[in-house]
Design a protein around this ligand. Structure first.
Ligand SMILES: *Cc1c(COP(=O)(O)O)cnc(C)c1O
Length: 216
């Protein structure tokens, strides 16, 4: 069941700042995605390779699929033919494999660099030092489109704000040091913290439970 009222509200809220809404449909049925699609939504986010590979052929071809979950290198090949953007790129090894699969599929794949901004060690992502080692030019078939991050799961708003500001500054720094024409996206903010994320410079929010209801 989709919360259509919230959908219309969030679309109106995001319009002035031209923030992109990614509807996170993990663990939700195809019928929910169809319902939101009928309202005009085209960007959907999925976390699990097998689930995405099963859903994609059942749904309209103009959906832009964002892969946002932890991605193992050996599974890139399954989504490489159709994925619009991989937001959860967290290692050189993974970049190398995405580039290889992009070449095989005769396409360029857009990627966001996932940055580790949270306190929890369970979250994934590059740290600032690793990003300094990264040489985007070496990946011929990857379109570096920006950064993605997840804040710590906490009620401490100031902590979340500091983490979002940190991601924004990492984005600014990376953009300054590389010539990447499409490096424009700051994907941060989920159901609980999207408003704060936008205040801190986000231009892409990934929202699941507020749109589709709680999972599981
Ligand atoms: C599940 C998930 C979301 C959406 O979370 P909600 O709290 O349901 O809005 C956003 N980003 C990532 C990376 C996720 O795994």
């Amino acid at each position: 069941m989709v919360n259509e009222h919230f959908y219309k509200e969030i679309i109106t809220t995001l319009q002035p700042s031209q923030t992109t809404l990614v509807a996170v449909s993990k663990l939700k049925p195809v019928s929910d995605i169809e319902q939101l699609y009928a309202l005009g939504q085209r960007d959907f986010g999925e976390n699990y390779v097998q689930e995405l590979v099963e859903k994609q052929p059942q749904l309209p071809a103009d959906i832009r699929w964002h892969f946002i979950g932890h991605l193992q290198s050996n599974k890139v090949k399954y989504i490489a033919p159709f994925v619009t953007i991989i937001q959860s790129v967290d290692s050189i090894k993974l970049l190398t494999e995405i580039n290889k699969q992009a070449i095989k599929n005769n396409r360029t794949i857009a990627c966001l660099l996932q940055v580790h901004i949270a306190e929890e060690q369970t979250k994934f992502g590059f740290n600032a030092a690793e990003l300094q080692q990264l040489q985007p030019e070496t990946f011929t078939h990857i379109d570096f489109a920006g950064v993605m991050g997840m804040a710590t799961f906490t009620d401490d708003k100031q902590k979340v704000e500091r983490e979002f500001q940190h991601l924004k500054s990492i984005f600014d720094d990376f953009k300054l040091h590389h010539t990447l024409p499409h490096f424009n996206t700051i994907s941060m903010g989920m159901s609980d913290d999207y408003a704060l994320a936008i205040q801190c410079g986000s231009n892409m929010v990934r929202i699941g439970s507020l749109l589709f209801g709680k999972r599981g």
